[in-house]
Design a protein around this ligand. Structure first.
Ligand code: KG4
Ligand code: ZN
Length: 359
């Protein structure tokens, strides 16, 4: 492992590949100049008619899109193969087949170009995404990671020094948004659709619980909110409305109540996490961090309580190649790289990652 001074002396340009789910994301990050170029191809249209991601279709589409997208990003950045010093790909967690596409292409290019490669942890990518900004947050901080597959509160001491202090015991926050959206007849992925519909919802018509907030601890549970949604729909049907008649206003009222419950639950847990750790910076990342109501509510709390709150730029909240290029670059700079085996890890604990340097 390199010493801190050696880490900062080197400059590195890293190509990042993200293929863990339904987005092919490619980017080039330069440790000196920052993000040079990135591109994203979303498979949403392919999966929408099935109401969720079909893993086999995802893998096949990553095979079609990854190389052309790499070429596009290299051209955009004005880079040829000799300009790339390292390659980072998402090694997990995610869909096994989809991960293997990025891992195989990444490793093959690394061997051909004779540069080091590294398998990056997808959630570390999300967690570090706010550091893509010139004035990114400084360590230590508490991170709330809210994506389609994970809801985690992490105490972050430095890159690779992570302590999981809370997580969802059942559905992830994004998953809950997606499932409730499906119940309301909204397309996949449901988060942005719920958020839009909730804007016209009438506050107070439905009140959803704030799960696990009336007992101590930092864990979450969102699956009960699905049942609550279903019960609210049934209540309307019992009042004489047919499924087809479930009017737009009622749907908006349910979406509003659901979103308020998720957001308020997160506010309470974040407040607790900051108090418990004694930290005063909160980083929110992952797809659900794009939610405007979440930002509004947490922003008010931050203002009232005097702590700092940081998000990635909107386009780097959901899956993207830039966060993988960034995380990979930091680790490659520290001398970490793959050995000869190829691994994709559909399940991978964030706490098992090595630190960037000894602290
Ligand atoms: O991080 P991400 O792109 O992929 C995973 O790693 O899972 O997160 C996708 C999730 C989906 O569940 C999607 O519905 C949710 O993020 N999402 C949102 C919003 N935008 C995306 N949820 C609530 N409000 C949004 N504006
Ligand atoms: Zn993600």
């Amino acid at each position: 492992m390199l010493k801190l001074e050696e880490v900062h002396e080197r400059v590195m340009r890293v190509l990042g590949i993200e293929t863990s789910c339904d987005e092919t994301g490619i980017a080039i990050y330069d440790s000196d100049a920052g993000l040079l170029a990135d591109a994203l191809y979303s498979q949403v249209e392919i999966h929408q008619k099935y109401g969720g991601v079909v893993p086999e279709l995802a893998s096949r589409d990553h095979i079609r899109k990854t190389l052309p997208l790499i070429k596009e990003v290299m051209d955009k950045a004005g880079c040829s193969k000799g300009d790339i010093d390292g390659l980072a790909y998402t090694a997990g967690p995610g869909l096994a087949g989809a991960l293997l596409v990025g891992a195989s292409i990444g490793r093959a290019l690394g061997m051909t170009w004779n540069i080091p490669t590294l398998g990056v942890h997808h959630m570390e990518g999300h967690l570090l995404a706010p550091l893509l900004e010139e004035n990114g947050p400084s360590f230590p901080f508490v991170a709330l990671l809210v994506s389609g597959g994970h809801t985690q509160l992490v105490e972050v001491e430095a890159i690779g020094v992570y302590r999981l202090i809370g997580e969802s015991l059942d559905d992830a926050a994004g998953e809950a948004f997606d499932k409730v959206a499906k119940m309301l007849g909204l397309p996949y992925p449901g988060g942005p659709h719920i958020a839009r519909l909730a804007e016209s919802g009438e506050p107070g018509r439905f009140t959803f619980p704030r799960p696990m907030t009336n007992r101590p601890g930092l864990d979450f549970s969102f699956s009960g909110l699905k049942t609550f949604t279903l019960n609210s729909i049934h209540q309307l049907l019992e009042e004489g409305m047919s499924t087809e008649e479930l009017d737009q206003q009622s749907k908006a009222d349910i979406a509003h109540a659901f979103q308020e419950a998720v957001v308020d639950t997160m506010r309470i847990k974040c407040q607790r996490a900051l108090k418990q750790t004694g930290m005063n910076t909160l980083v929110i990342a992952g797809g659900v961090s794009a939610n405007q109501r979440l930002r509004e509510v947490l922003g008010l709390m931050a203002e009232a309580e005097g702590f700092e709150i940081r998000y990635p730029q909107l386009q780097y909240c959901t899956d993207n190649g830039a966060m993988i290029a960034y995380a990979g670059c930091q680790r490659l700079l520290a001398g970490q790289h793959d050995d000869l085996s190829i691994l994709a890890k559909p399940r991978w604990g964030l706490e098992s990652l090595p630190a960037l340097q000894e602290i």
